[in-house]
Design a protein around this ligand. Structure first.
Ligand SMILES: *Cc1c(COP(=O)(O)O)cnc(C)c1O
Length: 424
């Protein structure tokens, strides 16, 4: 397989874009290869600049639940395009988008649209702080909520620790009010909340950014009870899980109602859109109604709203999520069997159509246990799969995504590739 053209583009890219990429994980460093540059996508597949075809399990990191270039989404974008692309004034499609989103996720009583998940979480936290008049926030170790300063915080040692900056350029002051707790551990949350000074707890209700980690039975319920008791705003970060693990997101799948929800990825239909929303009493603190400032030149962009609205409409059709569940199960079972059949310790963590194969004996229940994985083996697995025409997320600590465009036959091809790729 030649990736000569990709390599030539990568050389040009590195000369002008730091690391040659506009988002770090695309550089494929943790799996020890150079990235391929993608020229085109269609359905379940992408083609690189050299014309190599790959079955795609990244789906642009989650948004493309309908596959690449879904014809109805493309038609919708074309129709919207002919009316103009942005106005900086309100449009009806933003209202329809919010109404449709609220119908799917009823806890989002009021909604504001933004352009990225990072903006959604950053804004939701400011709002929670403005609403409660408190400064501290709690997040889980290994939880990713975009790259706002106060969220780029790593855990120190110990069970529940005050954060230390997880990136150069994050001042200690920004990290000081962030308390980091292990995922799936309620006692540490209880201790962190005890002071009564925590504005918000932000959590991925199914963690997807430390590899996939499933909430233990009772964990989300416990978070709901504890935050309620202490007057802390419970934020479900459903940027990844929204419309992924169920039509109504993880909160519908597990039956828990958060105070605020952040959502993105799928709701943009492949264009940049995200949103945050929740209890009206809290959302009414936002400018221009209230004192919490938040804004965006391209927020509620009509093209993105139209694409996202259409995606939500398509996903609302019958049997969509049954089909995603079947495809996810077929892939998850097949990948696990490929590893264990070769005598390799492995764990499959899966919720619906998002999944991670960990090369570890397991169980994987938080970031500490996720980190016991054999990342060297994952690197060779990734490279072997890419050579066999399967495009996996280039890190052990990411989730794979199946789309409605994948067929059973393609899933079986991926499994066959995995059987060969885990051993060589
Ligand atoms: C992707 C993601 C984000 C950040 O969204 P961007 O659009 O990349 O800024 C935030 N939270 C979660 C859970 C995510 O998966």
């Amino acid at each position: 397989m030649s990736i000569q053209k990709s390599q030539a583009i990568f050389e040009r890219a590195k000369a002008i874009i730091p690391g040659g990429v506009n988002s770090p994980v695309r550089a494929c460093r943790s799996v020890g290869v150079d990235p391929v540059f993608i020229a085109q996508g269609d359905g379940s597949s992408v083609w690189d600049a050299d014309g190599n075809k790959y079955l795609d399990l990244i789906g642009s990191w989650g948004p493309l639940i309908l596959g690449h270039g879904h014809p109805e989404i493309l038609d919708t974008i074309k129709d919207s395009l002919s009316m103009g692309t942005t106005f900086g004034a309100p449009t009806e499609i933003e209202v329809k988008f919010a109404e449709t989103l609220r119908a799917a996720v009823p806890s989002m009583e009021m909604i504001r649209a933004v352009s990225s998940g990072t903006e959604a979480t950053m804004s939701a936290l400011r709002l929670a702080r403005g609403f409660t008049g408190r400064a501290k926030i709690i997040k889980a170790d290994g939880g990713y909520h975009g790259h706002a300063d106060c969220l780029l915080v790593a855990a120190g040692s110990g069970a529940a620790t005050l954060g230390i900056p997880g990136s150069a350029g994050v001042p200690e002051g920004a990290a000081r009010d962030t308390i980091v707790v292990p995922y799936n551990d309620l006692p540490s949350v209880e201790r962190a909340l005890a002071g009564g000074d925590v504005a918000a707890l932000i959590i991925e209700p199914v963690a997807g950014n430390m590899g996939l980690v499933i909430p233990k039975p009772g964990y989300l319920e416990g978070l709901r009870e504890l935050t309620k008791k202490h007057g802390t705003v419970l934020i479900f970060d459903e940027v990844m899980t929204g419309f992924r693990v169920a039509f109504g997101g993880a909160q519908a799948r597990y039956g828990i109602t958060p105070d605020l929800t952040t959502i993105g990825k799928i709701i943009g239909g492949g264009l940049p859109a995200a949103a945050f929303g929740g209890r009206a009493e809290i959302m009414q603190k936002l400018a221009p109604l209230g004192p919490v400032y938040q804004a965006g030149t391209l927020s509620g962009n009509p093209l993105a709203m139209a694409a996202g609205l259409k995606a939500m409409e398509i996903l609302a059709r019958p049997r969509t999520y049954e089909r995603l569940e079947q495809l996810g199960q077929r892939l998850g079972d097949g990948l696990l069997a490929a590893a264990t059949g070769a005598g390799i310790p492995a764990v499959m963590n899966r919720v619906g159509s998002m999944l991670t194969l960990f090369f570890a004996p397991g169980p994987i229940t938080d970031y500490e246990t996720a980190k016991t994985s054999d990342t060297k083996r994952f690197g060779s697995f990734f490279r072997n799969m890419r050579d066999r025409g399967v495009f996996l997320p280039p890190s052990q600590f990411e989730a794979m995504f199946v789309s409605l465009a994948h067929t059973d036959e393609e899933i079986d091809q991926i499994i066959a590739a995995a059987k060969a790729s885990v051993v060589d």
